[in-house]
Design a protein around this ligand. Structure first.
Ligand code: RM4
Length: 259
């Protein structure tokens, strides 16, 4: 436990079976939050979610898994209705669910563009809309933390579908900070750099890519999911009570290392 600075808080983490979302769920559990581990219905995802729930419980925390594709309004409604029924309220939403199938521009299809936008941006909208209504109606404030990306600030040759969604997530948090501030709900983004997870593991199997990217990172290594979890835990805590509409770039110095 790290002092239990989130003791008794209820947190929903979307896409929490693997990668950054898994590390965030683990960390919020370590900090004392009761964690809802959301996962999509794709094959194998339930097993990932179950294992992270078991890890949180084994460490003395409270967690349970709820399936929902965040791009589907009816499934998002069911997710938050379940949270309301099980806990009576919601303190923290971490919009982490995201996909990035690398694809060159000339091979980009409307279907792939739509799917990435639906999960990454529309999913953040759908979850934030439901969660903010719960937080507003309960009247106890709250935290909405969304996973944007270094790709909100720079382009990506194989990510023309993905980078606009991450810029959009950041912008949505800025606007929601204005709307939800009067309710004591803060809205912020975390912007990971190159973090080694399943989202890019195959990409980094290309010979030389990992070495190339590590050479551009002042801290000399790709990030790990727990590097992001710490920033999320901070934004979820009372230590970040006066931070809203902001973003935290967690990239090992990659963004500034351009010359
Ligand atoms: C991030 C960044 C990373 C990439 C992931 C998928 O925004 O571009 O390099 O691996 O997206």
């Amino acid at each position: 436990m790290t002092g239990g600075r989130l003791d008794g808080k209820v947190a929903v983490v979307t896409g929490a079976g693997r990668g950054i979302g898994r590390a965030v769920a683990r960390r919020l559990g370590e900090d004392g939050a009761r964690v809802v581990v959301n996962f999509p219905g794709d094959p194998g995802e339930a097993g990932h979610a179950t294992s992270v729930v078991e890890e949180i419980r084994a460490a003395g925390g409270e967690a349970w898994a709820v399936e929902a594709d965040v791009s589907q309004a009816d499934q998002v409604a069911r997710l938050f209705d379940t949270v309301a029924g099980e806990t009576g309220g919601l303190d923290i939403l971490v919009n982490n669910a995201g996909i990035c199938p690398f694809q060159d521009w000339w091979g980009m299809t409307e279907a792939l563009w739509d799917r990435v936008a639906a999960v990454n941006l529309k999913g953040t909208f759908l979850c934030s809309h439901r969660a903010s209504r719960m937080m507003r109606d309960r009247g106890a404030g709250g935290r909405i933390i969304s996973m944007s990306s270094i790709s909100a600030l720079v382009g990506g040759e194989l990510q023309t579908h993905y980078t606009p969604t991450k810029a959009g997530v950041r912008s949505l948090m800025q606007s929601l900070a204005i709307v939800l501030g009067p309710y004591g709900i803060t809205c912020n983004s975390v912007m990971p750099g190159s973090i080694l997870t399943d989202i890019n593991r195959a990409h980094y199997e290309e010979p030389g890519l990992k070495v190339r990217d590590e050479a551009r990172i002042p801290l000399g290594r790709l990030g790990q999911p727990r590097d992001i979890a710490g920033a999320v835990a901070f934004l979820a805590s009372d230590d970040a009570a006066y931070i809203t509409g902001a973003d935290i770039l967690v990239d090992g110095g990659l963004f500034v290392n351009l010359q």
